[in-house]
Design a protein around this ligand. Structure first.
Ligand code: MN
Length: 203
């Protein structure tokens, strides 16, 4: 496994093929208050690219182009948060998208454990450490432990997607999942626009 660190944007010579796993680290869970610090990306080949974001306003044209590219599927785990953060920070609508948490909720109805750590253990036999989850992602210099943790959040999403796609087929829920993924950028936009806790479909 190789981890490459970049500052501010992706370098011009990096590409990810037709699907890229993406995760973000921020200063906290409120996109209006807490800035984007790191964007992690992987093509599923075991390597990760980390883009460290200096404090905004952000200028990341290559990363933005990748997020908006209609030919490249963006894989997330709980994409609702990352997509909202990325749209708020970069002003770009991220799609098409796939979310391993939504897929898992549609097929693993026998459990209520949908964390990335749970899915990696149950579906891939991979043990993820979550130790650095709450560390200071705004630090000028990230520790090796932070970089390893950040990378691990994108390294397994392609393998998870393959497992979950097979389960979606088995349970006849592929179309339902696709419809949910298509709506996800809109759900993220509602979060940012002021309806974070409201189900607009509720009575
Ligand atoms: Mn993460």
């Amino acid at each position: 496994m190789a981890i490459k660190l970049h500052r501010g944007d992706l370098p011009a010579d990096v590409s990810f093929g037709s699907s890229v796993a993406i995760d973000t680290e921020t200063m906290g869970l409120n996109p209006h208050r807490d800035r984007l610090c790191l964007v992690q990306l992987s093509s599923g080949d075991g390597n990760a690219h980390l883009v460290q974001m200096p404090r905004g306003p952000y200028q990341a044209p290559r990363l933005s182009a990748l997020l908006a590219d209609p030919k490249i599927l963006k894989l997330f785990h709980f994409g609702r948060f990352d997509i909202a953060v990325l749209e708020h920070a970069l002003g770009v609508r991220c799609e098409p998208v796939y979310c391993t948490k939504i897929a898992a909720k549609l097929v693993r109805t026998f459990t209520d454990r949908y964390g990335l750590k749970d899915l990696c253990r149950d579906l891939l036999g991979v043990d993820l450490s979550k130790q650095q989850q709450t560390s200071d992602w705004g630090a000028e210099t990230l520790t090796d432990e932070q970089m390893t943790y950040a990378a691990s959040d994108v390294l397994h999403l392609h393998a998870l997607r393959a497992k979950l796609d097979a389960l979606l087929v088995r349970e006849g829920r592929t179309e339902l999942a696709q419809a949910a993924f298509s709506f996800l950028p809109t759900r993220a936009r509602l979060d940012i626009a002021g309806w974070p806790d409201t189900d607009i479909f509720a009575h």
